[in-house]
Design a protein around this ligand. Structure first.
Ligand SMILES: *[C@@H]1O[C@H](CO)[C@@H](O)[C@H](O)[C@H]1NC(C)=O
Ligand SMILES: *[C@@H]1O[C@H](CO)[C@@H](O)[C@H](O)[C@H]1NC(C)=O
Length: 338
């Protein structure tokens, strides 16, 4: 089966046996980053955040138990109180003004507040419907960062293997993937794909740069079943986030002349190479491990679910108090185009 066909089937929420794939509504959009800039409000750039409502300016791993402190989550699997976030995409008009690009839900998830994201946890490659490999679910307090908000070069971005963009014609579009922003208008929108490393050192739930406790396979790839390095021997699930940015109202051909494209991340990066995503594990008890061991998938009968209406009711209050709707003279945080 061609990958685009399978994804189209997934998009239609056909309960096949395969992996964990679920939608989450927007929890909040704020200039906060409790992983990289704990206690800093506002943080350097704007993020869009999904998951449990214990999200806060600081989330000290020693005391902040996401599953215990959250009373709701924006995710379909209602035992997942994790938080996941990425930068926010802006359109930059030719006069230099900025406008936030809205997100849209994937097909079958219409009505998801703010568009949200789709989250995957896989034990084998996306298109391997058997998902037979054993993976060790994340431990309480686990957190990680993939990508680097300050990188604006292709070489810098290559260090992270699987951060990419898909120029979407329609909801089924999944190829090709590029590591910089698409250079032509995308009819439906731009999907940002964030795949996290899949090997863990087995000891540390975090590290000073939030990256060194995880690693990529030593040879090959996660998809090809490549082995983990001796320094990071524990195979963890492939966590993947998909965010669809609805660029359809910003597709003026003039904005794409001469190899230019008009989108910038909230980091002020107009290349796309600064793509990054943050994860704070917060599944209740051993619910994620049970689901990963279950070898069922999209429909994970051992997990509790909630409706999109319920997901949409969960939010956190605005702690930063910043307006970023409408046309802006500058990006939130006054970030200057890199
Ligand atoms: C966020 O942190 C502040 C300060 O510690 C605390 O007062 C507040 O209750 C927290 N909010 C949530 C939703 O946990
Ligand atoms: C900049 O251009 C946008 C898009 O054409 C327009 O809506 C906006 O009002 C302009 N802003 C200024 C300050 O002229």
């Amino acid at each position: 089966m061609k990958s685009s066909t399978l994804i189209a089937a997934l998009g239609a929420v056909v309960p096949i046996k395969a992996l964990l794939r679920f939608g989450c509504s927007e929890l909040t959009v704020q200039r906060l980053d409790p992983l990289v800039n704990p206690g800093v409000s506002p943080s350097p750039h704007l993020h869009q955040i999904i998951g449990g409502n214990s999200f806060n300016i600081s989330m000290d791993p020693a005391t902040h138990d996401l599953a215990a402190l959250s009373t709701c989550t924006t995710c379909q699997f209602s035992e997942d109180f994790s938080n996941y976030w990425t930068a926010v995409l802006f359109y930059r008009a030719r006069n230099g003004s900025f406008k936030r690009v809205p997100q849209i839900a994937q097909s079958g998830m219409e009505g998801t507040k703010g568009g949200g994201m789709v989250v995957y946890y896989m034990s084998d490659a996306l298109f391997d419907t058997a998902q037979k490999s054993k993976v060790t679910a994340f431990k309480p307090g686990f957190r990680m960062l993939v990508g680097d908000a300050s990188v604006t070069s292709r070489d810098g971005a290559r260090k992270f293997r699987q951060l990419s963009y898909t120029c979407m014609d329609n909801q089924g579009s999944r190829t090709p993937e590029t590591i910089d922003f698409p250079k032509t208008p995308c009819k439906l929108g731009i999907m940002a794909n964030h795949r996290f490393p899949t090997c863990w050192d087995g000891k540390n739930v975090d590290s000073p740069n939030h990256q060194d406790h995880v690693a990529y396979p030593e040879s090959g790839t996660f998809e090809s079943g490549g082995p983990c390095p001796a320094t990071h021997p524990v195979k963890i699930p492939q966590l993947m986030l998909e965010t669809v940015w609805d660029t359809s109202s910003f597709n003026d051909k003039q904005d794409f002349a001469d190899g230019h494209q008009p989108f910038v991340w909230s980091t002020a990066d107009q290349t796309g190479f600064s793509s990054h995503a943050d994860y704070l594990f917060g599944w209740k008890a051993d619910s994620l491990q049970k689901a990963m061991d279950g070898h069922t998938y999209v429909s994970a009968p051992m997990l509790k679910t909630q409706s999109i209406t319920e997901q949409n009711k969960c939010s956190v209050k605005d702690m930063v108090g910043e307006n970023f709707d409408g046309w802006l003279d500058k990006l939130p945080g006054d970030n200057m185009i890199m």
